[in-house]
Design a protein around this ligand. Structure first.
Ligand code: NDP
Length: 298
C-alpha cells in the first residue's frame, strides 16, 4: 500500500514558516505583509474561498483586506480598484477571485495587476519567468507550487531523469506544473483530452499529476508500481450512502485502486487542497521581502 501524503500537515509547516518570516520582517524592518482579496458578485463557493484566504492571512499576521463588489460592477471600476491596490504600499499581494461575472474580461483584469503583487502567478510576466526558469523572482501559481512541495517531500528536490506525466494543460495547474517538473530535471509529458492511449502513457510515469476535473478518471492499473501520484482534482459527486441528497469530494484518481500500486499518493480531500492557500500566504510574504529589498526567503 502507498504512503498517504498528508497535505494538511505539510501546509501547516508552510504556514508556520510564513508566520515566523512575517514576524521577523515586522520586527527587523517594520513591514507587515499585506494581502488584498477582491471578489465581485455573490457566488457562494467564491465567498467561502475568499473568507478562508482572509482568515489565513490574519492568522499569518498579515494586513488583510477584502473588497467585496456587487455583481454589476463595471470592468472600468474594477480596473480602478486594481490600480489603487497596485500603488498602495501596504499591499504586497493582490488576488482577484475567479470566476468574474461574464461582462468583465478576466484576462484584462489579471494583466492589470502589477506583476510584483501577482501572488496568484497568472500575470504574463510571471508565466514567462516560470517558463524561462527565472524562479528566483517569479510568482508561481499556488496549486502547482504546492503540489511540487508535496512531490519534494517524497522524492527530494532533484528529480533528475524521472518521468513525469501531467494530465491536464490548464494555465492555472497543468502547464505551470509541467514547467516546475521540467525545472527540477524531470522528463515531462503533458496529456490532455486529445492524448492517445492515456492509460499506457500514465504507466510510464514515476510522477503522475492529475489535474483534469473528472471524478476518479485515472484508474489503479494506470499507475506505475511505486509512482508518486498527485491528485489535484476536486470533484463533488453524489454520496447516497451518506443520506439522500448528500455529496462527497473525490479526486481525479480512483484512490483506493491507485493506492495499491502507487509508492505515495495524495488523498482528496487533505492532499493538494490545503497546500493552495498555504502557498498563497508564502507568495505574499515573499512579495513583502522582495519589496523591502531583501533576499527571497526559502
Ligand atoms: P481545466 O478544466 O481548466 O482543465 C482540465 C484539463 O484536463 C484540460 O487540459 C483538459 O484537456 C484535460 N482533460 C479533460 N478531459 C480529459 C480526458 N478525458 N483525458 C485527458 N485529459 C482531459 O481544469 P483545471 O486545471 O482548472 O482544474 C483541474 C482540476 O483541479 C479540477 O478538478 C479542479 O477543481 C481542481 N483544482 C484544484 C485546486 C486545488 O486547490 N486543489 C485548484 C485548481 C483546480 P483539453 O485542454 O484538451 O480540454
Amino acid at each position: 500500500m502507498a504512503d498517504i501524503i498528508d497535505g494538511k500537515a505539510v501546509a501547516e509547516d508552510v504556514v508556520s514558516r510564513v508566520k515566523s518570516l512575517a514576524a521577523e520582517l515586522k520586527a527587523k524592518n517594520g513591514v507587515v505583509p499585506g494581502l488584498a482579496v477582491v471578489i465581485v458578485g455573490e457566488d457562494p463557493a467564491s465567498q467561502v474561498y475568499v473568507s478562508s484566504k482572509g482568515k489565513k492571512a490574519k492568522e499569518c499576521g498579515f494586513h488583510s483586506v477584502q473588497h467585496t463588489l456587487p455583481a454589476e460592477t463595471t470592468e472600468r471600476d474594477l480596473l480602478k480598484l486594481i490600480d489603487e491596490l497596485n500603488s498602495d504600499d501596504a499591499i504586497h499581494g493582490i488576488l482577484v477571485q475567479l470566476p468574474l461575472p461574464k461582462h468583465i474580461d478576466s484576462g484584462r483584469i489579471i494583466q492589470a495587476i502589477s506583476p510584483e503583487k501577482d501572488v496568484d502567478g497568472f500575470h504574463f510576466v510571471n508565466v514567462g519567468k516560470l517558463g524561462t526558469g527565472e524562479l528566483e523572482t517569479a510568482f508561481v501559481p499556488c496549486t502547482p507550487a504546492g503540489s511540487m512541495l508535496l512531490i519534494e517531500r517524497v522524492r527530494g528536490k532533484d528529480l533528475s531523469g524521472l518521468n513525469a506525466v501531467v494530465v491536464g494543460r490548464s494555465n492555472i495547474v497543468g502547464k505551470p506544473m509541467a514547467n516546475l517538473l521540467l525545472a527540477a530535471n524531470c522528463t515531462v509529458t503533458i496529456a490532455h483530452s486529445r492524448t492517445k492511449d492515456l492509460p499506457a502513457l500514465c504507466r510510464t510515469a514515476d510522477i503522475l499529476v492529475a489535474a483534469v476535473g473528472r471524478p476518479e478518471m485515472i484508474k489503479g492499473d494506470w499507475v506505475n508500481p511505486g509512482a508518486t501520484v498527485i491528485d489535484v482534482g476536486i470533484n463533488r459527486v453524489p454520496a447516497p450512502e451518506k443520506g439522500e441528497g448528500k455529496g462527497k469530494l473525490v479526486g481525479d484518481v480512483a484512490f483506493d485502486e491507485a493506492a495499491k500500486n502507487a509508492g505515495a499518493i495524495t488523498p482528496v480531500p487533505g492532499g493538494v487542497g490545503p497546500m493552495t492557500i498555504a502557498l498563497l500566504m508564502a507568495n505574499t510574504v515573499v512579495s513583502a521581502y522582495l519589496r523591502a529589498g531583501l533576499a527571497r526567503p526559502t
